[in-house]
Design a protein around this ligand. Structure first.
Ligand code: NAP
Length: 256
């Protein structure tokens, strides 16, 4: 699918990987809806790229339904490119100090990272199915890209909830692609390694350096622009479908 003149929606578009994706797609000529929990950051990005900001909590299906309506009204058509970047990265031991359980962290993480991605994918697929095939294009009706994580396969200590949520995002990619194939909609997931975003910048610099030293090549954190470039490449390549791509400089996360 070409990017130019195509309507796109990016969740988590106010920050990090989502903001870089919104910026890249707009730079390639897409009309971009920037969805975020944080309206202020979404508006800043939207202003910078000439896009449209929408406030929504991805863990609320009602919010997502309304966000799709608003984006569709604004651009007079539903998006054909939908990228889910909204997510949270809470860490907690299953049984913490003095026997404290982390079931609340598990529930919140699954609600945002998994249910949120599923709600967005569901509304995206239904809206895309109602669109005509684009005759100038190669036959795609739409492309949905979800964000997993390398923790999907190498979850570290304290990442049981996060890894479970990202594993599920990776696992649902193939069945979703199989189901939506009849509508010419492709479904993909990207599993980033360690990227330099506000989520990672919260860590002390020495921890970041330690992490970077463990990345074979390039031995540094990934750049949000590199994630965004991958989104564009996946959108444009018609033969890539139903798979989760590790984007990680060959890193394999250690136990902790
Ligand atoms: P980020 O900079 O924190 O951006 C995430 C954005 O999502 C923020 O703007 C955040 O808003 C928003 N968000 C959080 N919960 C939301 C909700 N319920 N509804 C709507 N928006 C919500 O993080 P990032 O590093 O770009 O991460 C993007 C995605 O990549 C996440 O799914 C993350 O798990 C995944 N990932 C990141 C890395 C990495 O190294 N950075 C590695 C692997 C996977 P607020 O600012 O208001 O919270």
């Amino acid at each position: 699918m070409r990017v130019e003149n195509t309507i796109a929606l990016v969740t988590g578009g106010g920050s990090g990987l989502g903001a870089a994706t919104a910026q890249r797609l707009a730079g390639q000529g897409a009309k971009v809806g920037v969805l975020d929990y944080n309206l202020e950051t979404a508006q800043k990005v939207a202003e910078r790229i000439g896009g449209f900001a929408v406030q929504a909590d991805v863990s609320s299906e009602a919010d997502i339904a309304e966000a799709f309506d608003r984006v569709t009204d604004h651009f007079a058509s539903a998006p054909r490119i939908v990228v889910s970047c909204a997510g949270i990265g809470l860490a907690a031991r299953i049984v913490g100090r003095e026997g404290k359980l982390s079931t609340d962290v598990f529930e919140r993480t699954l609600r945002v990272n998994l249910f949120g991605t599923y709600y967005v994918m569901s509304h995206a697929a239904r809206a895309m199915m109602a669109l005509e095939l684009d005759s100038e294009d190669d036959g795609d009706r739409g492309v949905i890209i979800n964000t997993s994580s390398v923790a999907w396969q190498d979850g570290q200590l304290g990442q049981a909830a996060y890894a479970a949520s990202k594993g599920a995002v990776a696992s649902m990619c193939l069945p979703a692609a199989r189901e939506l194939a009849r509508a010419n909609i492709r479904v993909l997931a990207i599993a980033p390694g360690l990227f330099r975003t506000p989520m990672m910048e919260a860590l002390p610099e020495e921890v970041t350096e330690q992490i970077a030293a463990n990345i074979p090549y390039p031995s540094r954190l990934g750049l949000p622009e590199e994630y965004a470039l991958t989104v564009q490449q996946l959108v444009e390549n018609p033969y890539v479908n139903g798979t989760t791509l590790r984007l990680d400089g060959a890193v394999r996360l250690p136990q902790r």
